[in-house]
Design a protein around this ligand. Structure first.
Ligand SMILES: NC(=O)c1ccc[n+]([C@@H]2O[C@H](COP(=O)([O-])OP(=O)(O)OC[C@H]3O[C@@H](n4cnc5c(N)ncnc54)[C@H](OP(=O)(O)O)[C@@H]3O)[C@@H](O)[C@H]2O)c1
Length: 347
């Protein structure tokens, strides 16, 4: 069996990849995690041919240990918590260290380079740009010596369950989406399918080397989301478009929050760190302007004929009901830490 290192494997996205590689029965998987005892890590350790290695994405010694001896790597650095400058440094270092350790196939889990796609207009500058810069760097290195592939995702459909797209329940039982979106169609990817596409990249290296595979399930605006919700659940769903300022006042976690606010105050921050307001504002502008690259749906159908093809299919598959449920590990860890500190202060 060929061994694949998965960085970010305990996360919402990476866990789908670990499961798909494990189920394939022709890869073994090494998952890098800061805590091998977390429930998500332990769940993965129970899957066939999966082992855990403790270490950090932002530690070069740990990266050397993690890449040593593996055939391939699937790398999703956590730009939400590392934020741009650290993600850029460790994202590039991870690639360089993988080359040093003679990894043969490297898959970089990327995001659209919003600033570049927005013709370098700073109003489209988001924390996702670090992944876009690293993608360009990796592809520019070519395919001599080590093969590389890019998996470009977009916002998860699951952000409708945990994240900025969760609706608010009203007293009459209906659900409302309150945000600055107008009519622009936003690309969304169902997490369930990320594993299949990632496995395909490893299984088809002659086609996937040098490829930037952009994966999307459906393109929808919030009118579509609300009406599909009503169709699927029978509950009333509406969308109310707010001005950006109205939205920011409602949604900002706390005044002047940094984009990586949820990792707490115990991390170094300097002027390179985007504010939460600037980051989310740029995302809403980017989504609403519809300037994202378009995915090749024919290619996606060929790679994954049984892929989820619409928001409606996804809502039915996951039993969507508009309620929040933990999906993202970072956000879940934050909620748990808050509960633990409340319990400790009562003791
Ligand atoms: N939300 C979206 O719609 C979306 C869409 C596409 C891409 N993304 C991108 O995906 C990334 C986050 O991944 P996710 O969505 O899977 O989030 P997640 O569920 O919160 O998982 C975060 C992952 O990062 C790992 N991690 C964080 N800091 C680490 C460190 N210092 N060293 C080692 N591992 C570390 C965590 O591992 P341990 O806790 O086990 O160490 C966990 O596996 C971000 O860059 C985000 O921009 C998000």
């Amino acid at each position: 069996m060929k061994e694949i290192l998965v960085i970010g494997g305990t996360g919402a996205q990476g866990s789908m990849v670990v499961k798909a590689l494990s189920q394939s029965k022709h890869y073994s998987v090494r998952v890098l995690t800061r805590n091998a005892n977390s429930s998500r890590a332990q769940h993965l350790a129970g899957l066939p041919n999966v082992t855990l290695m403790e270490g950090r994405q932002d530690n070069q010694k740990d990266l050397h240990r993690a890449f040593r001896g593996v055939y391939g790597a699937w790398v999703n650095t956590d730009g939400f918590s590392l934020i741009e400058k650290d993600e850029l440094f460790y994202g590039v270092r991870a690639f360089e260290i993988a080359r040093h350790e003679r990894v043969q196939h490297y898959v970089w889990a990327s995001l659209p380079y919003t600033l570049k796609n927005g013709d370098w207009d700073e109003k489209f500058h988001t924390h996702a740009d670090s992944k876009g810069r690293i993608k360009d760097f990796i592809l520019a290195e070519g395919q001599e010596g080590m093969k590389s592939s890019i998996l470009t995702t977009v916002s998860y459909m699951e952000m409708l369950i945990d994240g900025v797209f969760v609706p608010k329940k009203q007293s009459d039982g209906s659900f409302v989406w309150l945000n600055p979106a107008t009519t622009g169609k936003i690309p969304l990817i169902a997490l369930e399918d990320v594993g299949h596409y990632s496995l395909w990249l490893f299984d088809n290296v002659s086609e996937s080397a040098g490829l930037d595979l952009k994966i999307v399930t459906d393109y929808v605006n919030f009118e579509d989301i609300a009406s599909t919700f009503t169709k699927v659940t029978g509950k009333k769903g509406t969308h109310k478009s707010l001005s950006l300022e109205e939205y920011l006042l409602l949604a900002e976690p706390f005044l002047d929050a940094p984009a990586n606010w949820y990792v707490g105050t115990n991390v170094a921050r300097d002027e390179s760190v985007l504010s939460w307001r600037d980051n989310i504002s740029a995302f809403w502008r980017y989504w609403d302007n519809g300037i994202d690259e378009v995915a090749d749906m024919d290619l996606l159908d060929r790679i994954h004929p049984n892929r989820l093809k619409s928001l409606e299919e996804w809502m039915r598959r996951v039993g969507y009901n508009g309620r929040m449920k933990p999906i993202m590990k970072g956000a879940e860890d934050l909620r748990q830490a808050k509960m633990d500190s409340k319990t400790n202060s009562k003791l």
